[in-house]
Design a protein around this ligand. Structure first.
Ligand code: GLC
Length: 748
C-alpha cells in the first residue's frame, strides 16, 4: 500500500512538473515572439509601421472595385505594404516576397486569398456542405483546402464566412451555413480547425479569418451591403455565437463587414471590435477591413472624408486596411495632430508582426514557396475523394414519389435535358478559384452519369433551354427525345454567378423559360426527375407539383457529375438536410424555423382567422429547416426520459429508437429541438440544440440517447446575461424541424 501511494505521489509530481515545463516552453516561445515583435517595432519608421497596416489586391483576380494607383511593387520594396491578396502560386508569391526582402527591414508580406470552398480541388459551396450536417467532414474538406492553398504560397484565407442568414434574396447565403446558430457555430469551429490544422505556421496550414463581423447576413431586404437593424439581444442570441465559436477554435483573424449595425458601420464599430472581440473575447489576432470598407464609411455618412474614416476605423480596432488606402494616406497626419495615438498604431502593427512571426515568415519568408509541394498538391487524387464524399453528402432529396429514384433497371432510355447537363464551370459555384485547366478537372453531369450507367442505359441529351432568357426554340428537340424515353431527367436552376456577393435578387423562381419547359415535360406523362442547381433556396412551388422527384444539387464542385450519378443510380442513398427554410414565394421572406410564437399564432398551415398569417398563402415553408428525404424510411419511436424535471448540475437523458423500415441502408440526421415555454423574453417556438447522424442498415434499429443539461437552456436575457430560467420546456426530436415527437420537461 505504502509503495503504491509513493509511486502515485511520484507520478503526480512528475506530471505536474511536466505540465509546468510545457507551460514554460509555450510561455517562453510566446515571450520570444513578443520580444522579437518589440525589437522589430523599435527599428521601424512611422511610414514602415503604417505600411504594415496596408493591404493591396494583386492583379490576378479582383474581388472588389479596383483602385488604379502608384507602383505597388515599388511600395513593397519601400516597406509600405504589409499584405497582398489575390496573389497565388509559388512563382507569383516568391516574386513579390523577394521584393519585400529588398526593403530596409525585410519584413515579409502576408498573402491572403478567398479560399471559400476549395482551392485546386473545388468542394460544394458552403451552404451545400452545411446540408451534410457533418462538421467532421467539413473540417476534412477545409484541411484539404488549407493544404492545397498553403502549397501555392497562400498564408491566410478569408474564410470561414459564418453569417447567419434567413433571407435567400441575399446572394451570399451560398457562402455560409444557413439560418441556425447552433449548427452554424459547430461548422464555424470545424472550418477554422480544418484550415489551421496543427496550427498556422505549419506549412500545410493557412490562417483562417472568420467573417463578416458582424450581422451582415441580416441586411434589410436581403439587399447586399444594406443596413442591419437589430436588437443587441438578437445580435448576441443568433448572430455572434458562430464568431465566438471561431475565436474559441483559435481563429487567427477576423474580417469586419460592409454593413452598418444600428447606424454604426461595422468597420468603425468600437462596440463590436474593442468591447466584444478584443475585450470580452480577448481576441489577439488581426482585424482586417473588408474591401474598401474603411473608406466606405464616407458613403455611410459616418465619416466626413477618407481621413476621418481612417481615424474612426483605427481607433475602433480595425488593424489592417484592405484596399481603401485610407491608412496609407492619412494615419501619419492623424498621428501628428494627436487624433490617433502612436500606441494605437503600434498595437495594430504588433498584431501584424506577431502573426508573421507565428507563420514562421521572419525565419523563412519563402517557406510556403516550394514548387515541389505545389506540384504535389495539384489534382491530388486523395483530395478528390474528399470532394466526392462531400458532394454526395451535400445533396438533398426533396421529393421521391412512387420511388422513381434511384433509377431502376427497367429504365433503359433516359432523356437528360437542361442547360447544366454539359455545363462545366457552373459546378464551381461562386467564390471558386479559376484555373485554366478547370475544364479538364470538373466532372460534368453528363460525363458522371454516362460513366455510371455504362452501356446498359441509353442516355440522350438536349439542352432544352438556356439558363435565363426567353428562348424556347430548344423545346422541340427536348420534347422529341423525352417522348422516346422511359424517364426524363431535368437539370435546372440558376447560373453560378446568380448567387454570391452583390447578387441579391428580388425574384427567386427558376429563371428564363425553365418552368415552361418543366411543364411541357410534365404533359408527356412520363416520370420526371428534377435536379436543381443553385447557391440559395429557390422558389419552385409549381414545378415541384409537376415532377415525381427533386434533388437539390447546389453547386457541387469538381466531383459534381460523379456525386450526382452515385445518388441517381442508388450507389449512395442521399442524406442531406436543408439548413435554410425554403419559402413558397418571395412574399413569405424572411421565413425561418426558430421564430417567436406571437400573440396570435396560426393553429395550422391554413389558419387565417385573426392570426399571424398571409391570407393568400399557406403558413408553412415549402420545405422546412432540417428537411431531407432518403430512399429508405426511418420510423421514430416515442421519446423516453430518465426524469422529467432537473436542476442545474443534473442531466436529463432523452432516448429514442430509430428503425430503418425501408428497402435501403441509409444515413439519418436525428434532430433535437427545445422550446422554452415561458421566460423573461418571448422565446422561439423551437431551437436546434443537438443532433446525431446514424447509419442504419435496412431493418436495423438503434436507440439514441441525448444528454440535456442546463447549458442547453441558456439564452441572452434583457440584460444580456446568458442564463437559464426555471420553468417548463418542450423537448422535440425528429427528422426535420416540423416532423417532431414531443415531451415536456421541467427545469427547477
Ligand atoms: C469581398 C468580400 C470578402 C472578401 C474580400 C476579399 O468584397 O466581401 O468576403 O474576403 O472582398 O476578396
Amino acid at each position: 500500500m505504502k509503495l503504491l501511494s509513493i509511486s502515485k505521489i511520484c507520478l503526480k509530481v512528475t506530471s505536474v512538473t511536466f505540465f509546468c515545463f510545457c507551460a514554460f516552453i509555450v510561455e517562453a516561445q510566446q515571450k520570444s515572439i513578443q520580444q522579437k515583435v518589440d525589437s522589430v517595432l523599435k527599428l521601424m519608421t512611422l511610414d514602415e509601421k503604417i505600411g504594415q497596416l496596408n493591404q493591396y489586391s494583386g492583379d490576378w483576380d479582383f474581388t472588389g472595385p479596383i483602385t488604379a494607383d502608384g507602383d505597388k511593387q515599388q511600395q513593397i520594396m519601400d516597406g509600405l505594404v504589409g499584405s497582398m491578396l489575390n496573389v497565388t502560386g509559388v512563382e507569383h508569391t516568391r516574386m513579390l516576397q523577394s521584393l519585400a526582402m529588398k526593403s530596409r527591414l525585410r519584413i515579409p508580406l502576408l498573402f491572403g486569398q478567398d479560399v471559400i470552398h476549395g482551392f485546386r480541388t473545388t468542394f460544394p459551396i458552403p451552404l451545400a456542405q452545411s446540408a451534410s450536417w457533418n462538421p467532421e467532414l467539413i473540417e476534412k474538406a477545409e484541411r484539404v483546402a488549407g493544404t492545397e492553398a498553403s502549397a501555392y504560397g497562400v498564408h491566410w484565407t478569408f474564410s470561414p464566412m459564418v453569417d447567419i442568414a434567413r433571407d435567400p434574396r441575399w446572394g451570399r447565403v451560398m457562402e455560409g451555413a444557413g439560418e441556425d446558430t447552433y449548427l452554424g457555430s459547430l461548422i464555424a469551429a470545424a472550418r477554422v480547425k480544418g484550415f489551421q490544422g496543427k496550427g498556422y505556421g505549419d506549412t500545410a496550414a493557412v490562417m483562417a479569418c472568420v467573417k463578416h463581423f458582424a450581422g451582415y447576413g441580416a441586411a434589410i431586404g436581403g439587399r447586399d451591403y444594406n443596413s442591419v437593424d437589430m436588437s443587441l439581444h438578437n445580435l448576441w442570441e443568433f448572430y455572434l455565437p458562430p464568431f465566438k465559436a471561431a475565436v474559441d477554435a483559435g481563429v487567427g483573424s477576423v474580417m469586419n463587414s460592409f454593413n452598418d449595425l444600428n447606424g454604426i458601420p461595422a468597420t468603425g464599430n468600437r462596440y463590436l471590435m474593442r468591447e466584444v472581440l478584443k475585450g470580452k473575447w480577448n481576441f489577439k489576432g488581426i482585424v482586417v477591413s473588408d474591401w474598401g470598407s474603411v473608406g466606405e464609411m464616407v458613403n455611410h455618412g459616418y465619416a466626413a472624408n477618407q481621413r476621418d474614416a481612417a481615424k474612426i476605423a483605427i481607433n475602433a480596432g480595425c488593424d489592417m486596411d484592405m484596399e481603401s488606402r485610407c491608412y496609407k494616406n492619412h494615419l501619419k497626419d492623424l498621428l501628428r495632430t494627436g487624433e490617433v495615438k502612436l500606441s494605437t498604431i503600434d498595437a495594430a502593427v504588433k498584431t501584424v508582426l506577431k502573426t508573421k512571426f507565428e507563420l514562421g515568415l521572419f525565419d523563412d519568408p519563402f517557406r510556403f514557396c516550394k514548387a515541389s509541394r505545389q506540384d504535389n498538391q495539384t489534382h491530388h487524387p486523395e483530395n478528390r475523394k474528399v470532394a466526392f464524399e462531400m458532394a454526395e453528402k451535400s445533396i438533398v432529396l426533396l421529393k421521391n414519389e412512387n420511388q422513381v429514384l434511384p433509377f431502376n433497371k427497367k429504365m433503359k432510355k433516359i432523356a437528360f435535358i437542361g442547360p447544366f447537363v454539359k455545363s462545366v464551370r457552373d459546378h464551381l459555384g461562386f467564390w471558386s478559384m479559376e484555373w485554366p485547366d478547370d475544364t479538364a478537372t470538373i466532372v460534368t453531369l453528363w460525363d458522371g452519369l454516362k460513366n455510371a450507367l455504362g452501356k446498359d442505359v441509353e442516355l440522350k441529351y438536349a439542352k432544352g433551354c438556356n439558363v435565363n432568357d426567353q428562348d424556347s426554340s430548344g423545346f422541340a428537340e427536348a420534347l422529341q427525345i423525352a417522348a422516346d424515353a422511359d424517364l426524363v431527367l431535368l437539370s435546372m436552376g440558376e447560373a453560378r454567378d446568380m448567387s454570391g456577393e452583390a447578387k441579391s435578387r428580388s425574384q427567386l423562381h427558376l429563371p428564363g423559360v425553365q418552368e415552361s419547359l418543366i411543364h411541357a415535360m410534365h404533359q408527356l406523362g412520363k416520370p420526371v426527375v428534377l435536379l436543381i442547381h443553385a447557391g440559395r433556396p429557390l422558389i419552385f412551388d409549381q414545378p415541384a407539383s409537376q415532377v415525381e422527384a427533386i434533388l437539390y444539387a447546389w453547386w457541387l464542385g469538381s466531383e459534381a457529375g460523379n456525386a450526382l450519378a452515385a445518388v441517381l443510380t442508388g450507389k449512395y442513398n442521399p442524406s442531406g438536410k436543408l439548413t435554410m427554410s425554403f419559402p413558397r414565394t418571395e412574399g413569405q421572406i424572411p421565413i425561418y424555423y426558430n421564430h417567436l410564437n406571437t400573440g396570435r399564432p396560426a393553429s395550422s398551415a391554413t389558419d387565417v382567422n385573426y392570426v399571424s398569417a398571409y391570407t393568400d398563402l399557406l403558413n408553412t415553408p415549402r420545405y422546412p429547416f432540417g428537411f431531407g428525404l432518403s430512399y429508405t424510411d426511418f420510423s421514430y419511436g416515442d421519446i423516453l426520459l430518465d426524469k422529467t424535471s432537473f436542476h442545474s448540475g443534473e442531466t436529463i437523458k432523452a432516448s429514442i429508437t430509430i428503425t430503418n423500415t425501408g428497402d435501403y441502408d441509409g444515413e439519418e440526421t436525428v434532430q433535437l429541438y427545445l422550446r422554452d415555454i415561458t421566460a423573461s423574453l418571448a422565446r422561439p417556438v423551437k431551437e436546434l440544440k443537438d443532433f446525431k447522424k446514424i447509419f442504419l442498415k435496412k431493418g436495423e434499429s438503434r436507440t439514441l440517447v441525448f444528454n440535456l443539461n442546463v447549458e442547453k437552456l441558456k439564452f441572452y436575457n434583457e440584460r444580456l446575461e446568458y442564463k437559464a430560467e426555471p420553468g417548463a420546456f418542450e423537448l422535440m426530436i425528429g427528422p426535420d424541424s416540423e416532423t417532431l415527437k414531443k415531451v415536456n420537461i421541467q427545469y427547477n
